[in-house]
Design a protein around this ligand. Structure first.
Ligand SMILES: [Zn+2]
Length: 128
């Protein structure tokens, strides 16, 4: 569906999935359960989109760009600090019409962002 044509970071997670209230409760604390999570952002986006008639079943696997989640030799996922540096980017080329949901993870509890999530900039252009 998409081809990565440029990547200045080189570290992205394709296994961990989107954060959810449940996973954030386990990772951080029980009292964090009702804070925002990516899964909630995805659900909110499809509920407010009346053009594509999507449901929970349409949300599939996601990519956590810039998230450092190495797999150990024992096969365990670990969550590591992000690689330092700002201005990193990934450039994707759509090979077909796609609908993208983007959640700039509002995770205030993750030390990898210094407990301070920052804005993401998204550029979309027509290749023609
Ligand atoms: Zn998240």
């Amino acid at each position: 569906m998409l081809t990565i044509v440029a990547d200045t970071c080189g570290r992205h997670d394709t296994l961990g999935g989107a954060c959810a209230q449940e996973s954030n409760t386990i990772r951080y604390a029980h009292d964090k359960r009702f804070m925002h999570a990516c899964r909630d952002n995805f659900m909110s986006a499809i509920q407010h989109d009346h053009h594509h008639h999507m449901s929970k079943r349409d949300i599939t696997h996601n990519i956590n760009f810039f998230m450092n989640v190495p797999v150990t030799h024992e096969g365990v996922l670990t969550f590591e600090d992000s690689l330092p540096g700002s201005g990193k980017y990934v450039e994707l080329r759509a090979e077909m019409d796609v609908i993208c949901l983007i959640s700039n993870c509002p995770q205030l509890n993750n030390p990898c962002s210094g407990y301070n999530p920052t804005p993401v900039r998204l550029l979309v252009w027509d290749a023609h």
